[in-house]
Ligand binder design. Structure first.
Ligand SMILES: [Zn+2]
Length: 259
């Protein structure tokens, strides 16, 4: 099963970059995760977007890239109002600071009221060449037809179908960012998993990820060996009913030496 990141990457590698996207499916966390990968692709400095290692990717992953703006509902507001979208529109007219594109993520865009949508429609009709808009929406049909028709639609699969590999992906993200806090949070999440089928899928996904990432040069030989060795051990121990806690410890050790 592919991760959200894989799905977004395959979507953009197959075609040109559009000016506006709607990401639907999954849950809001999943949609937002997809939006962030897509935004990272827009600012990445290399050809294999997003590379995950360039300066721009690093900043994007930390949420610090000056050309990626995230906006959406404020607090308990029932809708996204025109003022917020006017601000986005004005900012979109300004040239990006560092990247070739400036990216605007509008979360839960299906909460835009009609006036807000009409304000955005103007910019969707004649978008500045440097601007990319990424809308997340549970119910895209709530958006005006005229807005929808100007956006490329990306539909993610339901979250429960991707959960096991999303966790493997979290381990990889932690490793690539050398983020020990994220790493230990991934291990804690793994510890809580009781379903043995999910654990087996997780091990398989992690192994696939290692093979894929050594191929693209994203990870060192040492990390690759460490993780694939841990996977072989895990597969062996799973037969003897290894607990998720032990599994998490095994992987935490395998990654920690390189993160
Ligand atoms: Zn990059």
């Amino acid at each position: 099963m592919a991760t959200i990141s894989d799905l977004i990457k395959s979507h953009i590698s197959s075609g040109r970059l559009f000016h506006a996207y709607i990401i639907t499916g999954s849950d809001e966390d999943g949609r937002f995760e997809g939006a962030k990968v897509l935004a990272q692709s827009c600012v990445c400095e290399r050809d294999a977007r997003p590379c995950g290692v360039c300066h721009a990717c690093q900043k994007a992953m930390k949420g610090l890239h000056p050309d990626i703006t995230v906006t959406g509902r404020v607090g308990d507001d029932k809708e996204i109002k025109i003022d917020a979208m006017r601000a986005v529109r004005a900012q979109a007219m300004v040239m990006p600071n560092e990247a070739e594109k400036s990216v605007f993520i509008i979360r839960e865009a299906d909460y835009m009221n009609a006036a807000a949508q009409n304000a955005m429609l103007k910019v969707f009709e004649e978008p500045p060449s440097h601007a990319v808009f990424i809308l997340t929406a549970e119910n895209p049909e709530k958006l005006l037809g005229t807005v929808r028709s100007r956006c490329e639609l990306i539909t993610l699969p339901p979250r429960d179908l991707m959960i096991e590999s999303a966790l493997a992906d979290k381990f990889w993200r932690a490793a690539l960012r050398r983020d020990r806090v994220l790493l230990s949070s991934a291990a804690t999440e793994l510890e809580k998993e009781k379903d043995r089928a999910v654990l087996a899928d997780f091990i398989a996904a992690l192994k696939r990820g290692a093979v894929e990432r050594i191929r693209t040069g994203e990870i060192s030989e040492a990390l690759f060996t460490s993780v694939t060795d841990a996977c072989s051990d895990a597969e062996k121990y799973m037969i003897f009913n290894m607990s998720a806690v032990h599994l998490a410890g095994l992987y935490l050790n395998a990654f920690l030496a390189h993160v």
